[in-house]
Write a protein of this length. Structure first.
Length: 185
């Protein structure tokens, strides 16, 4: 880091850090506002996007070893990666308080509305293996509103992958001896 000397180098480092952070933060906030994510959560997501990791440091080292980055640029990029990584955790902890009670209108419980409350609720449940059945049963049981309305009908569908077998449904058209498709005129 001895290559960062002088006011111009430190100014360039600050410019790189601010540009990298603000670009990701504003980009994340704009997309989050479009998707109607609350303001504080979109700001936290923006700060989480600024954090760098070991992968970026590996890429910077490879670029430096192959002489793509000179010593000055390498030092600035490494310091930017380290600074943004270390600053992310304290900022996220100070901004995001998941234990804080939500406002009355922030989150609402959602239910399935039926025209006739005494009608039967039909649910199609697909499972791939026997391991997923207990969690599927828990999900279905939690979706039932009350014990007094037992009008719940579950249709179970076992999904199975066919292997080493071609189905006539999947064959769109016949092939001639020369391999070209056969077409009826």
């Amino acid at each position: 880091m001895a290559t960062i000397q002088g006011l111009q180098s430190w100014g360039l480092l600050v410019l790189v850090i601010v540009t990298a952070c603000l670009g990701k933060i504003f980009g994340t906030i704009s997309v989050s506002c479009f998707l109607k994510v609350p303001w504080n959560e979109s700001l936290v997501l923006g700060f989480l996007m600024t954090s760098k990791g070991l992968v970026e440091l590996f890429v910077l080292n490879i670029g430096h070893d192959r002489k793509v980055l000179n010593d000055h640029t390498f030092a600035i990029m490494v310091l930017m990666a380290l600074f943004t990584t270390f600053i992310t955790t304290p900022i996220v902890i100070s901004l995001y308080k998941p234990a804080k009670k939500p406002k009355k209108d922030d989150y609402k419980y959602r239910t399935i509305e039926r025209k006739n409350p005494n009608s039967q609720l039909r649910v199609l449940s697909c499972f791939h293996s026997a391991r997923s059945i207990p969690s599927m049963i828990n999900l279905i049981e939690s979706s039932r509103a009350t014990q007094e309305h037992d009008a719940l009908c579950v249709f179970a569908m076992h999904l199975k992958e066919f292997s080493q077998r071609s189905s006539s449904i999947l064959i769109v058209h016949k092939a001639r001896k020369n391999g070209l498709p056969f077409r009826n005129k």
